[in-house]
Design a protein around this ligand. Structure first.
Ligand SMILES: [Ca+2]
Length: 338
């Protein structure tokens, strides 16, 4: 009886709410801001699914000094186009590098030498090369502390040192927190473990002032925020900052624009989650509904330097594509590859 009485009373209150409010009633406050959605536009198709691997997976968009955009295809077979140069205006592309052994998962231009740096996930190495794909050097190779490396992505620190994600745990044994963040000193070349026991670190990018390091955790679907000691060679503070609502997707590479906004690519869902510098979700970048069939990842973005035009790598059974959208701020080193 008490319950029924309460229900009746509640209904009366609800009905009362439908009547005209007295003139001096407080104005209801507006609803909290909703995160927006932005739809990217297709620029061009770059790759088709490789017969040999049954896949194509574009990554690492980075603009070179020549104004062209460089991509890697993670699943290119031996002899296939592993580094691809794209003229985004003319919508043409060409292969600039291949080999028989690597799986290249990221690319970016070195801030000091202007060379192209790529991570080789299979070979456990970081390579650098000219923009022509020649003069290839092995900049770094594992193992570190006796454990082989699976480098997925890298970021350059203030002194030119390399900060590399070791994505162990992304594949069998799956979902074990065995990944690491590694620092390779720019002077000595020695590698140290900054953090370990992480669920497959993937994207890594410094804030604009390089006073914080964002690391996405692919099988944890979260983004951790690290600060480093003054020498940059030890972690000062670290904690999970963003728990991504990625659904069936998994967080992939990260880019940071001049305002400190984070662009987090997703694997398994063709979307990019954009957060402000404090980790609040601002926008989800999607692809048009009519394109969605056969596209399952939007792994990474590059913002053309000095502009706010962003290019995303989007791939799936339909092939590898470039999409563009308007970024929330201008591009910097941290939003040009990696
Ligand atoms: Ca990645």
């Amino acid at each position: 009886m008490r319950r029924a009485g309460f229900a009746v009373a509640a209904a009366v209150v609800l009905l009362a709410g439908c009547t005209a409010a007295p003139e001096d009633a407080p104005v209801p406050s507006p609803p909290p801001p909703q995160a927006g959605v932005q739809t990217a536009e297709r620029v061009m198709q770059v790759t088709e699914v490789h017969e040999a691997t049954g896949m194509t997976l574009l990554e690492g968009p980075t603009f070179g000094a020549d104004g062209d955009l460089y991509l890697v295809d993670v699943t290119a077979p031996p002899g296939g186009a592993k580094v691809i140069r794209v003229d985004v205006e003319a919508k043409t592309s060409e292969s600039v590098y291949t080999d028989d052994v690597s799986a290249l998962t990221s690319a970016q231009i070195g801030p000091e030498d202007g060379r192209l740096y790529v991570t080789d996930y299979l070979g456990g190495a970081v390579l650098s090369m000219s923009e022509e794909g020649s003069d290839v050097e092995k900049v770094f190779t594992g193992p570190v502390n006796g454990v082989p490396m699976q480098p997925d992505d890298l970021s350059f620190g203030p002194d030119g040192s390399l900060y590399i994600t070791d994505a162990a745990g992304a594949q069998a044994p799956y979902w074990e927190p065995t990944g690491r963040v590694i620092r390779v000193d720019s002077q000595s070349g020695s590698a140290t473990v900054l953090a370990d026991e992480l669920p497959s670190p993937n994207g890594i990018a410094f804030s604009p002032e390089q006073d914080a390091l964002w690391v996405s955790l692919n099988t944890g679907n979260r983004v951790d925020r690290l600060t480093l000691t003054p020498g940059g060679d030890e972690v000062a503070t670290a904690y999970p900052a963003i728990y991504a609502s990625a659904g069936i997707g998994q967080v992939d590479s990260i880019a940071v624009d001049s305002a400190g906004n984070l662009y987090v690519g997703l694997h398994g869902r063709p979307e990019i989650l954009v957060y402000d510098d404090e980790g609040q979700l601002l926008t989800t970048v999607t692809i048009p509904d009519e394109d969605a069939g056969g596209l399952s990842s939007a792994t990474n973005i590059a913002i053309a330097p000095g502009t706010s035009t962003a290019y995303a790598t989007v791939s799936g059974t339909a092939g590898g594509y470039l999409y563009s959208f308007e970024a929330l701020a201008e591009g910097i080193q941290q939003s040009n590859g990696g």
